[in-house]
Design a protein around this ligand. Sequence first.
Ligand SMILES: Nc1ncnc2c1ncn2[C@@H]1O[C@H](COP(=O)(O)OP(=O)(O)OP(=O)(O)O)[C@@H](O)[C@H]1O
Ligand SMILES: [Mg+2]
Length: 254
Amino acid sequence: MRPTASPSGRTAASDAVRLVGLTRTYGIAPREVAALREVSTTFPACSFSAIMGPSGSGKSTLLHCAAGLDQPTGGQVLVGGVDLSTLSERERTELRRDRLGFVFQSFNLIASLTAAQNVALPIRLSGRRPPQEWTREVLTLVGLGERMHRRPAELSGGQQQRVAIARALAVQPEVIFADEPTGALDSRSGRDVLALLRRLVDERGHTVVMVTHDPFAASHADRVLFLSDGVLVDELCSPDSRSVAARLAELETA
Ligand SMILES: Nc1ncnc2c1ncn2[C@@H]1O[C@H](COP(=O)(O)OP(=O)(O)OP(=O)(O)O)[C@@H](O)[C@H]1O
Ligand SMILES: [Mg+2]
């Protein structure tokens, strides 16, 4: 695990990720789509941020650019102060692999591998041999130590998502990006996953950036950023479900 379970050992005052004038257009003029327009914000270390907005407002694009999975057409992404655009393809891949974790709505686990093997995979891909006690420890952290030898089909949706989170955690990333991690889950499993993400921030000092459509999910974050048509239009700190839902409804009818 991290050298210390206490967030105080981390650079709490620093920015884990900083976006400066982030712009992403798809396609070629005159048919181009501006998915993000000059978005600037910071995700402080050891914080939990939610990103909301109507469908097509640019949430996934923002997450993919911030995580180095997609290349912006303008502006900068800084991870721990490092400007991703100054890195070679290989350096970017290494930074992503070693310092960032990504969780998808559809889990994306490999069906033929057990939970433990899925969790160990990113470490294997980076050319190291994950100790078995390490994969057990990470799976125990997400409440699945007893089920480490099960395959995804033998686990519930919520359990599969927790395996996916454990896989993202395996490399001890500074930042975990999650795109609608509770979107495919029932409300009870969704609550388990949200409580886990909250705990990773509070107890282990990770930084979480989560896209969600659900005001209840967003209320677990320290703040909510609202996107509309690729523009960052608002921000709510210490959000509660009701005020998040009200702001989202305004944007959806705008
Ligand atoms: N690969 C692509 N090629 C062309 N246009 C794209 C591509 N990816 C996204 N877009 C467009 O960019 C805009 C933002 O898409 P994005 O997926 O970021 O939205 P979103 O807010 O995540 O939506 P949802 O809530 O439906 O997941 C949309 O208009 C979308 O059609
Ligand atoms: Mg999306």
